[in-house]
Design a protein around this ligand. Structure first.
Ligand code: C5P
Length: 221
């Protein structure tokens, strides 16, 4: 049986990928399946935590025992995560949040017209939720974890990102054509703000989830 080492703790996990609407039928999205975030939520429930899972556009079944809040866009995800984080011991941002959203939402379906070139899509920045939570720490000693998918210079980019975001732990995945997104398995390195690096060998996302909670545990207030 699993040790209930997160009993009495409230943890927030974001999962999936945001969709940023262009018009009523189209969006800018990404290939995140939600598998890693859902595995984190299930592992935390198994370890005795109260779990709020903020889920963006995942088709996975709700983890038993977790409070699931469904969202669509980055702005909605921010609202839900900030609300849940108010009394959380730890926040894990596993969701793939769109960095940009269309500057304009077109209320009627965008149409093609003969002889008329399409308008370019103007983008604006989304709020960086991870950076905001890390800077604010709704509760003293709250542990904040981010994820980063990198295609090159994985460790150097990961270290820079950890510092930039201000989180305690950053799980760095190397991504490529067939790696990580949508897959059941992944390989990662967990970078900590105190300088430690924990390599996680190629394996199921459940194993990475437990390693993340193992690293969160000693850092909890
Ligand atoms: O900057 P980048 O998107 O690579 O960082 C990834 C990490 O930051 C993930 O933990 C993701 O959930 C989080 N993020 C965020 N808000 C954004 C973009 C990413 O919280 N607008």
């Amino acid at each position: 049986a699993t040790t209930p080492d997160l009993a009495g703790r409230h943890v927030v996990v974001s999962a999936g990928g945001t969709r940023e609407p262009l018009d009523p039928v189209r969006f800018l999205g990404n290939r995140s399946s939600g598998k890693q975030g859902y595995a984190l939520a299930r592992a935390a429930v198994a370890r005795g935590a109260r779990v709020t899972l903020v889920s963006a556009n995942s088709e996975l079944p709700d983890p038993a025992g977790a409070d699931v809040v469904k969202v669509g866009t980055a702005v909605q995800l921010r609202e839900a995560v900030l609300k849940a984080a108010a009394d959380a011991d730890a926040v894990v941002m596993a969701a793939a949040v769109a960095d940009f959203r269309p500057a304009r939402y077109v209320t009627g379906k965008i149409k093609k017209r003969d002889g008329v070139e399409p308008e370019p899509i103007a983008l604006v920045r989304n709020p960086d939720i991870l950076a905001e939570i890390s800077a604010e720490r709704a509760r003293p000693g709250q542990v904040v974890v981010g994820f980063a998918a990198e295609t090159d210079d994985v460790l150097a980019n990961g270290r820079a990102k950890l510092a930039r975001k201000g989180c305690d732990l950053l799980v760095v995945n190397e991504v490529g054509e067939r790696k990580t997104f949508g897959a059941a398995e992944s390989e990662a390195v967990v970078l900590a703000a105190d300088g430690t690096e924990t390599p996680v060998p190629y394996g199921p996302k459940e194993a990475l989830a437990d390693t993340v909670w193992d690293l969160v545990l000693p850092r909890l207030a």
